[in-house]
Design a protein around this ligand. Structure first.
Ligand code: 5GP
Length: 177
């Protein structure tokens, strides 16, 4: 285990299982449709890559980069850094994010794609921290529920580090307090 990690919350095996489960469920629910998966960079990677391998229906993929966090604190507003290149009008959109905490980011993104006249906007998050929620939001696909702690790994960073860990772990507090 990495020396900066206090404990592992989601193992590599569990990540494999949850991506497989979500991919199968989405394929079933969107049968007969061609959704566009929109990954929120950078945290959606490698979750989205692994999820896509489990999706058996025709689909498109696009990415968007927004900023909502500085260090370990939510700013409460988002800035679009890189927008999608696809036309979402009349399309079924599946937003893929790493973790939902306050719910602000996902709520704002969902709203944005609804304003752009998407046919449907569905949310898929690898992890959920329900204790942090301040905005009521329906995340249809959730990989795993985690307690209120700052987690890193498998795409999740702290100041750009730890995204490469093959598991999700709690970062030692002394590194950011
Ligand atoms: P929300 O808007 O729901 O508060 O936050 C969503 C975004 O905040 C996530 O996409 C992620 O980038 C970041 N975030 C929230 N909780 C954590 C966490 O525990 N660890 C990391 N690395 N990022 C987090």
């Amino acid at each position: 285990m990495n020396k900066d990690i206090e404990k592992i919350l989601v193992t590599t095996e569990q990540l494999k299982d949850l991506t497989s489960r979500l991919g199968k469920q989405i394929s079933k629910d969107f049968q007969g449709k061609t959704p566009i998966f929109i990954g929120l960079l950078k945290g959606c990677n490698p979750f989205l890559s692994d999820l896509l391998k489990e999706v058996t229906i025709p689909c498109e993929v696009d990415y968007m980069k927004v900023s909502s966090y500085v260090g370990t604190e939510s700013k409460g507003s988002i800035t679009i850094i890189n927008d999608v290149t696809c036309n979402v009008k009349g399309r079924d959109i599946i937003i893929v994010d790493d973790i939902v905490d306050t719910g602000r980011t996902t709520a704002l993104i969902k709203n944005l794609f609804e304003q752009r006249d998407a046919k449907s906007v569905t949310l898929c998050c690898m992890l959920d921290k329900p204790e942090g929620r301040v905005v009521d939001i329906d995340v249809k696909y959730i990989g795993m529920v985690v307690p209120k702690a700052f987690v890193v790994g498998y795409g999740l960073d702290f100041n750009e580090l730890y995204r490469n860990l093959p598991y999700i772990g709690v970062l030692k507090k002394e590194l950011y307090e």
